[in-house]
Design a protein around this ligand. Sequence first.
Ligand code: AKG
Length: 358
Amino acid sequence: MRPARPHGRAAAGLLVLAALLACAPARSSAAAPTGDERFIGWSGETYRPVNPLEKEAKDHSRRWIETISWRPRAYIFHNFLSQNEADYVVKLVEKKVTRSHVVDVKTGVNKMDEIRTSWGGAIDRGVDPVISAIENRIAEWTHLPPENQEPIQVLRYNDGQKYDAHWDWFDDPVHTPGNTTDNRAATVLMYLGEVEEGGETALPIAVPLDAARQGRIKPHLSKCGANGTLAVVPRKGDALLFWDMLPDGKTICRRSLHASCPTLKGTKWTATKWIHNKPYGIDGYNPLRLAARCADQLPECGALAAGGACDARPAEMLGLLGKCRRACQDCVDCAENDLVCLRGNMRSRRRRRQAGYA
Ligand SMILES: O=C(O)CCC(=O)C(=O)O
């Protein structure tokens, strides 16, 4: 039986990342990165294995990228999320998780299935500035635009819950009717916590770049993790990217078969981002516009602003996460594609005015 696919719909523009990686200069270390240097390949950091069980694995301050396989193309971005971002994502969803579904390959209809026993919930794209920042970072890393992303799916696994081996691309008649070329191109899995036992993401038929290293960590893996050729141990803040399509952008990559091994002790929290080869869902989705919108979050913002709260409690009222940005005149309405205006709203306009900027 072919494995069922998860909820949602994969493939293109893949050559850029491959070329960038292939051409990265071979420097082994560099000064603390600033600006664009934070990005992949800049300092030759394409492959530098760290034993997930060693001390270095506990350092959450350094961001670097480890290439773990070319078949499928798979990478771990260490410390992709800050510890606070990981906690924040769990908090957004933990109170509203429901049992996860899969898509029936024959009918395209969502259904419950024993191959996927996790619980989870979705986070709308661009729902708040923290989520927008994560989505924009994913776009920069994958070189696929944010509008190609599906909403984040947060998953919780405990008590042996798992997601058996499956592919993320669709080939059911509902999601890929006729000769449509829209499909999932890449998957990013963000680890929001650590697991005491089990819960590895297994890529059982991947060809690991460093098979010897996999051999070394095997004794520390669960039976499921140790069974295949490649397993990634969840580490809070890390993100695993693998490509569901070959670099031609249209051929599915069967080596992207993957599973979440049963979580045997502790709770595993992950956030999945499926990324399409085309814009996904609603037309005109504009992530920057969503992050930079000028709105109040509380009905009493007018009264709070009149009572002086904007200056008395700036951390709560102003800035990207401010609750009363409009009432505090901390942002302005921007025209649809006015990038300068939208970017201006990404900072506190009130604080800038007070600091003497126009
Ligand atoms: O949680 C994991 O490690 C795997 C999740 C997964 O397979 C998926 O979301 O497609």
